[in-house]
Design a protein around this ligand. Structure first.
Ligand SMILES: Cc1cc2nc3c(=O)[nH]c(=O)nc-3n(C[C@H](O)[C@H](O)[C@H](O)COP(=O)(O)OP(=O)(O)OC[C@H]3O[C@@H](n4cnc5c(N)ncnc54)[C@H](O)[C@@H]3O)c2cc1C
Length: 385
């Protein structure tokens, strides 16, 4: 049992940790020393990135500045990236980021909380899809993707581009609609758009009615759907499972994500897919002083899809349980909802809503999504000190 000041280390500032910081800003126990390790001075809100691509939002509208939030929480920010865990020593290894020369090699903790999101593991990607790591524009990390998107626009000003999005989950679908809308609005003729689904229908994990709506919108906007697996990417070419290849200037990779490599072999209990295995209190199944939420975690009791919606929902129980663990109070279990509201944008101005088997679409749905997204941003965007 540790007495005196306790060190809480927050890894990453994803959807759940912004809420932890906001709560600490309201009340931080005097005996809690909080450090935040995260690579960027802002948190990019992925739900608004398709709107950035569509030209509807500026980069700063999609970013929560972290410095004011960290400061209000009375925490210390270390600009860096976690690279390993030593659970016996209760330390986290890190690489400095953003030219942070003062970053230590490791950080100690008594209580650790992980909300670093999911990644695309470049090595695994290279094995599954040779050439993709070198030639495709990958949506993770989302910060790099958002920073590189303007280069696609520059290219499109010089030539008629062919753009293909590989992956037809929510992110891939939203991005292909957004890219098409952006280039069409800019009056860049000759551009072509393709969605490579991985074999099945676009939005395969949505109900039939939503799939139909998505297909209708894709057709209406002249986006070609290829029900094919992508097997590799070369410069200017996407290789397909059928043996055919697609000429493509801008391949955008929006496939399913992987668990962070640095978790593997750490000794922390992990799910089969390598994510932090947590119980109903978002607490590690193997290490009671470690918590995790968002895409980096997997619930042992009620596995649920990895999405921003669930990451947001995990924020309040994570906050509660971190404070309870600090104070030696009992933790509270929470139960993720079986159904969530899904809002799929088809470019800025039109979206499809679904909740369980119910679905609808229209401009009003997009305005609804816009309001929800902006409200989330406003809640955590504090004025610069
Ligand atoms: C284009 C796109 C659109 C999407 N739209 C939606 C949507 O509309 N609705 C929805 O529910 N889901 C959506 N998603 C999925 C959603 O982005 C994720 O499920 C969500 O971001 C997960 O949140 P998180 O808190 O786990 O992590 P993230 O939001 O990814 O945050 C992780 C944080 O950790 C930091 N970090 C990363 N690695 C490290 C490290 N090693 N050390 C320290 N810090 C680290 C990152 O910089 C970041 O600040 C979308 C995804 C994409 C790509």
């Amino acid at each position: 049992m540790h007495h005196g000041i306790k060190k809480l280390l927050l890894l990453g500032v994803g959807h759940a940790h912004v809420q932890v910081l906001a709560q600490l800003a309201r009340h931080r126990p005097a005996d809690l020393d909080v450090t935040v390790l995260t690579p960027y001075p802002f948190q990019t809100y992925s739900g608004m990135v398709p709107g950035l691509v569509a030209g509807r939002y500026s980069a700063s509208e999609c970013q929560i500045p972290l410095e004011p939030l960290v400061k209000a929480a009375g925490a210390r920010w270390v600009q860096g990236r976690c690279t390993g865990l030593d659970l016996a020593q209760q330390t986290v290894q890190l690489d400095a980021a953003g030219g942070n020369k003062a970053a230590p090699a490791s950080l100690p903790y008594h209580l650790l909380s992980i909300d670093t999101g999911a990644i695309i593991d470049r090595q695994r990607l290279e094995a599954d899809m040779p050439g993709a790591a070198a030639h495709a524009l990958i949506v993770r990390p989302i910060e790099s993707f958002a920073a590189l998107w303007p280069q696609v626009l520059e290219l499109a000003q010089k030539q008629a581009v062919s753009l293909a999005v590989i992956g037809s989950g929510a992110a891939g679908i939203e991005l292909v609609f957004a890219a098409e809308q952006c280039l069409r609005r800019q009056g860049l003729p000759g551009a072509s758009f393709t969605l490579i689904t991985g074999g099945g229908d676009p939005a395969a994990n949505y109900p039939e009615g939503v799939r139909r709506r998505v297909l209708r919108q894709l057709k209406r906007r002249g986006i070609t759907v290829l029900r094919e697996v992508c097997t590799g990417v070369d410069k200017g070419l996407v290789q397909l499972g059928s043996g055919a290849s697609l000429a493509c200037d801008v391949p955008i990779l929006a496939i399913g994500t992987h668990a962070p490599v640095w978790l593997q072999g750490s000794g922390l209990a992990l799910s089969e897919s390598g994510h932090v295995l947590v119980n109903a209190c978002q607490q590690s199944s193997s290490h009671p002083n470690v918590f995790a939420a968002g895409d980096v975690a997997s619930r042992a009791d009620t596995p649920h899809p990895k999405s921003g919606v669930y990451a947001v929902r995990a924020g309040p129980p994570l906050t509660h349980n971190l404070m309870a663990a600090h104070q030696g109070q009992p933790l509270k279990a929470w139960h993720p909802p079986q159904r969530t509201l899904n809002l799929l944008s088809c470019g800025a101005g039109h979206a499809i809503a679904s909740w369980g088997p119910l679905h609808t679409e229209g401009a009003w749905v997009w305005r609804w999504k816009d309001r929800i997204d902006r409200a989330f941003m406003a809640r955590y965007t504090l004025p610069a000190a």
